[in-house]
Design a protein around this ligand. Structure first.
Ligand SMILES: *Cc1c(COP(=O)(O)O)cnc(C)c1O
Length: 400
């Protein structure tokens, strides 16, 4: 149409509530690890829509599953059974510790379900959930209350009751915070938004011991670490600690909105008809995308390859650490969630480094005011990892 204003940024900014500071690009197409904007510029996407498009953009098998389902049945609500939802539930329970599942539409909703289940399971007067400083659990009122970042609470107080935050990595302080009201401990096995900060195995083991000793539920928020990101379907598999409740979302539908809360049937029994629900949860199209996504990740060799490429990326990042003083704090992560930790001086340049990468056509971000974060599609090639590393080396040299 002649005369149509195609400045999407300008049109968007004129109508959208300003919750996002966006980069100056309107994306029009995605394929694999590549994104193309409205001006025809190409980007190497090392964020994958924030750990969502793990099979790459528009994976043909997932797209076909979506299209096929969209022709058959798009929505019926949870008043009826559907095939895609059934299959997704079977797949996730068959390949995890869990034998019961609830489907939601996002990570925050999966966490809300986990909080409600933990509370109703514990019985009256036991509602307290202890999470960790630096954590991220979502943006709804309850999940933001669980989030251990005071700046995300500011202006929204009073926060919903029952959430407290223990200092990162200190079991004694956490144990001292447990009261008769406490019902659960909540953590991410590796803090994503908090700056790609792993929790060590002894600490996680300690959390599990505390849960057993004080009769608490252990909730793992695997919304960012789950669904193949760390090189196993769930991060807990590599950590030797099995949670009582686990939440996943982000990569589950490879871009379609779907989240899940998983648990064991003894715990799940506290939810009965009427105690919880969702109009869209387990929507057939989103569930079909989830089934296709999980099946591909379970194919022979897929997850080992994620671990191998994770090691390859880590080795490359360590090479940069050795060359640039701003990276003296090192590189960390699991599988293909990796972070380059900036020194105090480097932190001031974090945003600038991300912008310089953007200018070179490589998408990364700066997480937790601490680390440059890399969350590429899990199908990224070694050549594409080399491209990322080369661009980083240029940008770091420029910022010296
Ligand atoms: C992204 C994220 C959430 C929130 O998920 P939404 O889908 O944005 O609601 C919760 N926890 C963790 C660890 C996340 O990374």
């Amino acid at each position: 149409m002649s005369g149509e204003n195609t400045n999407w940024a300008e049109r968007s900014n004129a109508v959208f509530i300003g919750t996002y500071a966006r980069y100056p690009a309107a994306m029009v197409k995605g394929e694999g690890c590549k994104l193309t904007d409205a001006e025809g510029r190409e980007y190497l996407d090392c964020l994958a829509g924030i750990a969502v498009c793990s099979l790459g953009h528009c994976h043909p098998v997932v797209t076909e599953a979506i299209c096929k389902q969209a022709h058959e049945l798009v929505h019926v609500s949870n008043l009826y059974y559907t095939q895609p939802q059934t299959e997704l539930g079977e797949l996730l329970t068959a390949h995890s510790f869990a034998d019961r599942i609830f489907l939601a539409n996002s990570g925050a909703e999966a966490n809300e379900a986990a909080f409600k289940l933990a509370r109703i399971c514990a019985g009256p007067e036991r509602y307290g959930i202890i999470s960790l400083a630096g954590s991220f659990h979502g943006r709804t009122l309850a999940t933001v209350a669980a989030t251990g970042q005071p700046k995300l609470h500011e202006g929204f107080e009073p926060m919903p009751e029952g959430f407290s935050h223990a200092p990162f990595g200190n079991l004694n302080v956490l144990e001292a915070m447990i009261t008769d009201q406490t019902c659960a401990i909540l953590c991410e096995p590796l803090q994503g938004e908090g700056g790609v900060r792993p929790l060590d195995v002894e600490y996680l083991q300690g959390l599990q011991d505390l849960c057993r000793k004080h009769d608490l539920l252990l909730i793992f928020d695997e919304i960012q670490t789950g669904i193949g990101r760390t090189g196993t379907l769930f991060a807990y598999e590599q950590l030797g600690v099995v949670p009582d409740i686990m939440t996943v979302a982000k990569a589950l539908g490879n871009g379609l909105p779907v989240g899940a809360m998983l648990t064991r049937k003894e715990i799940a029994a506290a939810f009965v008809p009427g105690t919880h629900g969702s109009t869209f949860g387990g929507n057939p199209v989103a569930a079909a995308a989830g089934v296709a996504t999980i099946k591909i990740m379970l194919e022979d060799g897929f997850l080992p390859e994620v671990r191998a490429k994770g090691e390859y990326l880590q080795a490359g990042l360590e090479g940069l650490v050795a060359r640039f003083p701003a990276l003296a704090e090192g590189a960390r992560g699991m599988g293909l969630i990796r972070g380059l930790v900036l020194t105090e001086k480097g932190v001031a340049q974090g945003g600038d480094m991300v912008n310089k990468m953007f200018a070179r056509g490589v998408l990364i971000n700066f997480a937790g005011n601490a680390a440059l974060r890399f969350l590429p599609p899990l199908i990224i090639s070694r050549e594409e990892i080399d491209q990322l590393l080369a661009a980083l080396a240029e940008v770091l040299a420029e910022c010296e």
